[in-house]
Design a protein around this ligand. Structure first.
Ligand SMILES: *Cc1c(COP(=O)(O)O)cnc(C)c1O
Length: 347
């Protein structure tokens, strides 16, 4: 096969990933797992798993059986759960793979009782989010009697805010814990971990904060950026004062401007909402984004980046909390939207 270099790369800082996991584990006061759904929030689930297993993480969560199958074979004592549970069409995968379903409804519980051959499962209890999970009264009504429950989970709806819903969900989860036997209990995502060790129970399930997202102010200064998108400069051109750049001619050069055109666009998940506030860096010089974002191209003002030439790599400004505030996208969307054309490069 011929070796073709991608003009897009996503530099992933494995030391920062591990450092974030260690901080979250310490805050958890419990075992700390990792949510690696959506291909490890866009970074590559396999790579994330490899580095976190080496650091001591043992519990992983994906959304679907397709995601679980892609992670086989698992290292010896690693536990993997599928958050969306089992539908009829999932039963073959669920019985074949060394992975537990997180059962979310009475139908899923019945399906696992009938076809799960007595294997262990996890259970999701809805404590107020009304998304996935058994209602508390359903779970307490005997529906779970005799099941081999490994981990009993619930999920916080508003942990990123100082909402009274957090304490209500915590109280509800404690009631469930006292009444339904399971090997372990797990409530907190990244933001939930920041709410304090009360929320830790036996196992936490951070996602976004592992990957550099700041879920709450408590994580500021502790969580490090992990994902660094970079693009190659395709052309550097001189735009005379008064001329415009790009579709719709929305940007006009106020002075003669060196403009760098980069191999990046909304097809890579670098969406049009970055126009007006996005930017990039080259050797610590700042390159403000100018004009509209195209499908595969974007223009930057390179007047400060003397010496930048065609073929150079520029680092896209992707500090997650800042980029989220600027663009109106969530930190989750910023990561999971990064497209397949980025070559994932672990450093
Ligand atoms: C995605 C997810 C998590 C991780 O949430 P973050 O906000 O990314 O930390 C934890 N638990 C469940 C059930 C999830 O779906």
């Amino acid at each position: 096969m011929i070796d073709i270099a991608s003009p897009h790369r996503l530099r992933i800082d494995s030391a920062a990933l591990v450092s974030n996991w260690r901080w979250l584990a310490e805050q958890s006061g419990a075992a700390c797992g990792a949510a690696i759904k959506a291909d490890g929030y866009g970074l590559g689930a396999r790579g994330v798993m490899k580095h976190l297993v080496a650091a001591g993480c043992r519990d992983f969560f994906v959304s679907t059986w397709v995601e679980a199958a892609a992670l086989m074979p698992l290292a010896g004592d690693v536990s993997l759960s599928v958050l969306h549970g089992v539908g009829d069409s999932d039963m073959v995968a669920a019985k074949t793979l060394p992975v537990r379903p997180v059962l979310n409804s009475l139908d899923q519980v019945a399906r696992w009782r009938a076809g799960g051959e007595g294997r262990a499962c996890d259970i999701m209890i809805d404590t107020g989010m009304n998304r996935l999970g058994l209602r508390i009264e359903e779970a307490m009504g005997g529906a779970l009697d005799g099941l081999r429950i490994d981990t009993l989970l619930s999920h916080l709806a508003s942990a990123d805010e100082d909402s009274a819903q957090n304490a209500r969900q915590l109280a509800a989860f404690r009631t469930v814990r006292d009444r339904i036997p399971a090997r372990r209990y797990s409530l907190a995502n990244s933001a939930g971990i920041c709410l304090g060790a009360d929320y830790g129970f036996d196992l936490t399930r951070p996602g976004i904060a592992l990957y550099g997202g700041i879920p709450r102010a408590e994580a500021r200064g502790a969580i490090r950026q992990v994902a660094f998108p970079e693009a190659r400069v395709l052309q550097v051109r001189s735009v005379p004062a008064g001329e415009t750049v790009g579709y719709g001619a929305i940007w006009t050069a106020s002075c003669d401007t060196r403009v760098a055109i980069a191999n990046l666009g909304y097809a890579d998940g670098y969406l049009r909402c970055h126009a007006g506030s996005g930017g990039a860096f080259w050797q610590a010089r700042s390159l403000p984004l100018i004009g509209r974002v195209s499908m595969d191209l974007v223009a930057f003002d390179a007047n400060e980046a003397e010496g930048l030439v065609e073929g150079d790599w520029i680092a896209i400004d992707y500090d997650l909390p800042e980029a989220a505030a600027r663009s109106g996208l969530s930190q989750y969307e910023l990561l999971t939207g990064l497209g397949a054309r980025f070559e994932r490069c672990w450093v």
